[in-house]
Design a protein around this ligand. Structure first.
Ligand SMILES: [Cu+2]
Length: 201
C-alpha cells in the first residue's frame, strides 16, 4: 500500500531523531502511559511537521498521542461539503459514551494556508461552537500535501482559491496509526464509534 510504503520511508529517514520529546511537557502527552515506546512505521506521529492551532500555538501531531483521534481535512470558507463533514464528526462525537468522548480528540486540518489563519480558524471554532475537544490546525503547503498524501485525501485549489477535495474521516489509534477511514458524507456512526472504542488505550 502506497501510504504504508511512504511511512516506511519516512520512518527510516528519521530513525536517528527521537519521534517524540519525552520532556515536551504538553498537557495532552503527560497522561500517555506509553509515551516513551517507539512509534511504528505506520504511525502518522512520525511526521515532524509543525502546525499552528487556532490560538497561534505550535503543534506537532505526535502531541495527540495516547488517545483516539478523529481527523478530517477541510477549509473554513467551504460552503458545501466541509460544514457537513464537521457535522458528521460531531455526530460521531455525540454517539460516543461520555468517558470515551472526553478522551477523544477531534482534529480539523485546513487545506487553505492562505485564508485559514489562526484567527480565521478561531472564528470558525466559534461559529460551529467547537469546544476544547476539538483542535483546529493550519500549516505550510508542503506539510498539508504530505499529510493529505499519507491519509489518501485528494484536493485541488481552484481559480477562486477554494478547494475541491475528498471527504474523508480518519480515526487514529493512540499510537497515531490509521484504525479506520470513512469516505463520503453522512455515513453511519456505528463503525467509527466501534473503532474509537478499540483505539482507546
Ligand atoms: Cu469543503
Amino acid at each position: 500500500m502506497k501510504t504504508q510504503a511512504l511511512l516506511l520511508a519516512l520512518a527510516s529517514l528519521r530513525l536517528a531523531a527521537p519521534a517524540l520529546s519525552a520532556a515536551s511537557g504538553h498537557a495532552c502527552c503527560d497522561a500517555a502511559p506509553a509515551a516513551a515506546a517507539p512509534l511504528s512505521d505506520r504511525s502518522l506521529y512520525q511526521l515532524d511537521a509543525i502546525w499552528t492551532d487556532d490560538t497561534g500555538a505550535a503543534v506537532k501531531l505526535a502531541e495527540l498521542r495516547g488517545r483516539p483521534v478523529v481527523l478530517a481535512m477541510f477549509f473554513a470558507s467551504c460552503t458545501y461539503a466541509c460544514p457537513i463533514l464537521v457535522h458528521d464528526l460531531q455526530a460521531i462525537r455525540d454517539a460516543l459514551p461520555a468517558e470515551t468522548r472526553a478522551r477523544t480528540k477531534f482534529v480539523l486540518v485546513s487545506f487553505d494556508s492562505d485564508r485559514d489563519t489562526a484567527a480565521a480558524l478561531h472564528a470558525y471554532r466559534g461559529k460551529l461552537q467547537l469546544d476544547a475537544g476539538w483542535t483546529l490546525l493550519r500549516g505550510a503547503d508542503a506539510d498539508i500535501q504530505e499529510l493529505a498524501m499519507l491519509l489518501g485525501v485528494k484536493y485541488r485549489r481552484d481559480a477562486n482559491g477554494d478547494f475541491s477535495h475528498s471527504n474523508l474521516v480518519t480515526i487514529l489509534n493512540a499510537q497515531g496509526e490509521i484504525a479506520l477511514q470513512r469516505e463520503g458524507l453522512r455515513g453511519e456512526t456505528g463503525p467509527a464509534v466501534r473503532a474509537i472504542a478499540l483505539a482507546a488505550p
